[in-house]
Each structure stands twice: as structure tokens, then as C-alpha cells.
Design a protein around this ligand. Structure first.
Ligand SMILES: C[S@@+](CC[C@H](N)C(=O)[O-])C[C@H]1O[C@@H](n2cnc3c(N)ncnc32)[C@H](O)[C@@H]1O
Length: 182
């Protein structure tokens, strides 16, 4: 296996573990995002709880930088969230796009996709969907998005093709789209 693929597999394994924990367990776990962890995951602890659309089931303590707050999302926009986890940023974004818009969450960890879909189904959301895929090859049609957001994508910057996620985001972004990464 190539070093890039090995690294991604390691990241995927860690996020699979985190996906199976709730926020409290995650924060107190040594492989989670809380204060006792020495892993890089512990840089992510932004408070999302006051944002409209906040869904506690989707908040695994991984939120970082509140990217949707900088994307200036309008009603009717198609928004793509790169590294969507359990749907935390997507559920905030769907409030801003309203029913006339749509949010597509992309994540390469199957357990995160499962959790995000369960969260969306439980609440009957029909303007958000989750697709499993790598942000270096985003599974969305070119020019589809008015807004692209992403938070704390630890696998992305260390690959040989460090620019791949940026290029991917550019491809899926429509002309004049806004990209907000935290
Ligand atoms: C910090 S977490 C989730 C953040 C999420 N926005 C939140 O607030 O909970 C980052 C997510 O990115 C995913 N991820 C990391 N590298 C990725 C890649 N190359 N392609 C797709 N997903 C990736 C992980 O599986 C993880 O679910």
C-alpha cells in the first residue's frame, strides 16, 4: 500500500472509532477529541450548540472553525461539505439553504456516512444527502455547488497531491461560488 493510502486508512480507522462514540464518550476517550487525547483530533472543539439547525446527535466534538458561518450561504444554494462526519456542519447549512436548496456531505469513513444518514432520516430531512467518497476525487458533478465548506481534514494536507482537495473543490464549485475551509 502507498504511504498516502496507509495514512488515509489510519485516519479512516480513527474516525470509525469516533463515529461509534457519542460526544461525551469521545471527549473522555484517549482516541477522541477531548482534552486527555494527545491525538491531532483534539484541536477540534468549537461550540456549535447555539447555531440554528444544531443537531446534538451529529456533534461528536469534531467541529472546527464554523465554516458555514463564513460561506454566506443563501436560500436555494447547493452546498457541499467536505469531510462531513456525522453531519454537524451539513445540518447547520441546510437551515440556510432552506428547502429550495440542498446540502451534500462527502466523507470517506463509512461509519460516519452511516451515522449522518441515520441522523438525517431520524429527523426527516429531505434537503441533505451524504455520499461516501474521497475529497481528492469528490463524487459530485462539476460546477454543481454554489458553496463548498470543509473543516479539519487531517488526511488532506499531507499527501503528495496536497493540492488535490483544493482542485477538487474548484471543480465542483460553480462559477462565482464561495469556498470556506476551516
Ligand atoms: C473533523 S471530522 C468532521 C468534521 C465535521 N464537519 C463536524 O463538525 O463534525 C473530519 C471528517 O473528514 C473525514 N475525512 C478526512 N479526510 C478525508 C478525505 N480525504 N476524504 C473524505 N473525507 C475525509 C473524516 O472521515 C472525518 O469524518
Amino acid at each position: 500500500m502507498e504511504p498516502n493510502d496507509r495514512l488515509k486508512e489510519l485516519v479512516r480507522q480513527k474516525y470509525s472509532e469516533i463515529a461509534l462514540q457519542d460526544k461525551t464518550t469521545n471527549e473522555s476517550s484517549c482516541c477522541g477529541s477531548g482534552c486527555c487525547s494527545t491525538e491531532v483530533y483534539n484541536i477540534m472543539t468549537d461550540d456549535y450548540s447555539r447555531l440554528e439547525g444544531y443537531n446534538p446527535d451529529a456533534d461528536l466534538g469534531l467541529g472546527c472553525g464554523l465554516p458555514t458561518q463564513f460561506a454566506k450561504i443563501d436560500k436555494g444554494d447547493v452546498v457541499i461539505d467536505l469531510g462531513s462526519g456525522a453531519g454537524n456542519d451539513c445540518f447547520i447549512a441546510r437551515m440556510e439553504t432552506a428547502e429550495t436548496g440542498k446540502v451534500i456531505g462527502i466523507d470517506f469513513t463509512p461509519a460516519m456516512i452511516d451515522k449522518a444518514r441515520t441522523n438525517a432520516e431520524k429527523r426527516g430531512y429531505n434537503n441533505v444527502e451524504f455520499r461516501q467518497g474521497d475529497i481528492e476525487k469528490i463524487p459530485v458533478t462539476a460546477d454543481a455547488a454554489a458553496r463548498v465548506v470543509g473543516a479539519a481534514l487531517v488526511a488532506a494536507p499531507v499527501t503528495d497531491e496536497a493540492a488535490a482537495p483544493v482542485v477538487g473543490a474548484t471543480v465542483v464549485a460553480a462559477p462565482a461560488a464561495r469556498v470556506a475551509a476551516a
